[in-house]
Write a protein that binds this ligand. Structure first.
Ligand SMILES: C[S@@+](CC[C@H](N)C(=O)[O-])C[C@H]1O[C@@H](n2cnc3c(N)ncnc32)[C@H](O)[C@@H]1O
Length: 201
């Protein structure tokens, strides 16, 4: 599917997540300073990073996705919009860490995560289904953040009111993150929630 969103020309195949309210919630709330290094986990179409690169052009953007088609789509949409993103096909931080020197490299990590408590296993379904409690991908994401995030780094994480939020808060605490609910948006009976995390000193 070809579409224009916020001045970006995007081509999005059927097996890649189409930007929706959760994508817009994330993109609109992130604030980036010049020269910062940004990592978007699960970049899908590339919309969020391209929106941010358009708004904050003096930062450096890295994207990864476990869905190979999504990684290709992010790359192609960057070229289509004449923007520069570094794109990797990776299950969370595995490829970025093993192939590159990204140890505690990023100022900001973003993740519009697969947060719904369903267990679909298709490649597109993995864009939103987070298995038991909606936390199957979020748990290893939070537990491994310290490999790539600078000690003063910031994390933006999108989840839903359907995610097991009490377990999520326990996860933040046990991994020494301070959290703040930055914004939320209603989608029928569901609320989509954006958390901002920083490390406890
Ligand atoms: C809700 S979609 C968000 C896509 C895009 N960031 C946006 O906001 O429009 C979640 C994305 O995370 C990716 N993803 C799921 N599990 C992942 C994992 N373990 N490692 C990397 N990416 C993952 C999915 O393939 C999908 O592209």
């Amino acid at each position: 599917m070809k579409k224009s969103v916020d001045g970006l020309d995007l081509v999005i195949p059927d097996n890649v997540y189409d930007p929706a309210e959760d994508s817009f919630l994330l993109a609109e709330n992130v604030v980036i300073q010049s020269n910062q290094k940004i990592l978007e986990v699960g970049s899908g179409s590339g919309y969020v990073s391209l929106y941010l690169a358009q708004k904050f052009p003096l930062a450096e953007y890295f994207c990864l996705d476990v869905n190979f088609s999504a990684a290709i789509t992010t790359h192609q949409n960057a070229i289509r919009n004449e923007m520069n993103l570094h794109v990797y096909s990776s299950n969370l931080f595995t490829a970025t860490i093993s192939q590159n020197n990204f140890k505690q490299f990023f100022d900001i990590v973003l993740f519009n995560s697969p947060y719904l408590p369903y267990a679909d296993k298709g490649v597109l379904e993995k864009a939103w289904s987070g298995g038991r409690d909606g936390l199957e991908v979020i748990i290893p994401f939070i537990e491994n953040l310290s490999m790539v995030l600078k000690s003063a780094g910031v994390v933006y994480l999108v989840v839903s009111s359907k995610t097991n939020l009490s377990k999520l808060i326990e996860l933040f605490n046990s991994n020494h993150f301070l959290y703040k609910m930055l914004d939320k948006v209603s989608e029928g009976k569901e609320e989509i929630i954006l958390y901002k995390l920083v490390r406890k000193l």
